[in-house]
Design a protein around this ligand. Structure first.
Ligand code: SF4
Length: 417
């Protein structure tokens, strides 16, 4: 028998009166406000024209220096701590395994995605290099300094992967190439493989092929929104942003053709108003193409156009994490799953003991992304606390322990019997 019905699969009101999923109608972003003329396109930073002095730690109280890729890149706080560029400790994590390098410009990202802390509308209140992104600050560091540290560490480097994260900017394609070349001139990409988090809006098929030729190993596309309607609302005309669903799929298909099976993937944010059925059908589509899905739990990023909306309820998130994992790594298929009238998973299409054993490994609930050196289904990209606070972890950046698993089972409505 394949039935696996989570307790609590009826329409749910929690103690606070909230639903156990984020429905489309409740997840409307705010409209972007007007930006003062002097702040547009990095105007304040360019007018002040201060020279950078080495590492820049985000500080909203001083005027940001003029920093520009490919000379400068931004790093997640976790990567900066791991490199020794910033002091600090991470809750239950010794380090991060993925070095995320984010391109940076005074003009910042020219897109306006509703859930994103880097979005253009924030020019009104923060210079680009001071903006929070996936809940943390991103220090700006000379690329040469990053390459020096990693090259010096050699085989002892804690990093299992490097990822160049593009933003929407006219120089982004050329600077991704420049950063990739600088990296591969100092670090063997066979020792620390490189992923590209692409920006399809400015890219062509030839750009995708060039990055592969230059040594990139995995290519990903941040679809983020799971349906065309949600994409348009959060990344397209709905928020005066330039992205288009079709163009994203065009580049994703180019990546499939050029990088090949298991070497491409798509990011999906869960809980922005799609149903669980929507996400898991998308996960299946990606798997059938030969790729993988990398999941993020929606968190209302401070300063974004969705910062007034609820984070994804843990019940919804855990069901989707589990569904994604069994499709991507356990041979399950979405056609064998069952969903209720709100699109929530009520049956994963696997036997009860099988699904119980999968839950008990805990891997389904770890951060998902490009693989590292431990196993194909364990992501190098662990993004510590990028989608939740440590007090209520969504994506586990480490192996969940027994206590964590008890909590996860409660969230799934599947307490151990
Ligand atoms: S393109 Fe990427 S970085 Fe730019 S606003 Fe959208 S999600 Fe943020």
């Amino acid at each position: 028998m394949t039935c696996m019905k989570p307790e609590g699969a009826e329409p749910i009101a929690t103690a606070k009166g909230a639903l156990d999923y984020n429905p489309f109608d409740a997840m409307q972003p705010r409209a972007p406000a007007a930006i003062p003329a002097e702040a547009r396109n990095g105007g304040r930073v360019k007018t002040a024209n201060r020279s950078p002095q080495g590492v820049y730690l985000p500080n909203y109280n001083i005027l940001t220096p003029q920093m520009r890729s490919p000379e400068y890149v931004q790093l997640s706080t976790a990567a900066a701590i791991t490199l020794g560029i910033m002091p600090g400790r991470m809750h239950r994590c010794g380090c991060t395994r993925c070095l995320n390098l984010l391109l940076t410009y005074p003009e910042g990202c020219r897109a306006n995605c509703a859930y994103c802390g880097l979005a253009r509308h924030r020019e009104a209140e923060r210079n680009y290099a001071d903006r929070n992104f996936i809940r943390v600050d991103w220090p700006a560091v000379p690329m040469a300094q990053v390459a020096d540290i990693v090259a010096k560490d050699g085989a002892a480097s804690p990093f299992h992967r490097m990822c160049i994260s593009m933003i929407t900017h006219p120089d982004s394609d050329a600077d991704t190439v420049a950063v990739l070349k600088q990296w591969t001139s100092r670090i063997d990409p066979a020792a620390i493989p490189v992923s590209i988090l692409s920006n399809p809006t400015t890219m062509t098929r030839a750009d995708v092929a060039r990055l592969k030729d230059l040594g990139a190993y995995i290519f990903t596309v941040a679809l983020d929104a799971a349906t065309p309607e949600l994409f348009e609302r959060t990344r397209g005309k709905g928020v005066q942003s330039p992205h288009g669903w079709r163009k994203y799929w065009e580049i994703l298909e180019d990546a499939r053709d050029i990088f090949g099976p298991e070497k491409f993937g798509a990011h999906i944010i869960v809980g922005m108003g799609e149903s669980e059925a929507d996400v898991l059908h998308l996960v299946q589509r990606l798997r059938d193409m030969g790729g993988h899905s990398h999941m993020f739990c929606f968190f209302p990023e401070k300063g974004s156009l969705m910062d007034h909306l609820p984070a994804t309820p843990r019940d919804q998130w855990r069901r989707v994490q589990l569904g994604r994992y069994v499709i991507d790594y356990c041979g399950a298929r979405v056609e064998a799953m069952r969903f209720d009238e709100s699109g929530r998973v009520v049956d994963y299409g696997l036997g009860q003991s099988e699904i119980g054993a999968i839950i008990d490994t805990g891997i389904a609930f770890r951060t998902s992304g490009c693989p590292g050196k431990f196993a194909e289904d364990i992501s190098a990209c662990d993004r510590p606390y990028g989608d939740s606070p440590p007090s209520d972890i969504a994506s586990f950046p480490f192996q969940p322990n027994k206590t964590d698993l008890r909590k996860i089972r409660r969230q799934l409505g599947m307490p151990k019997t």
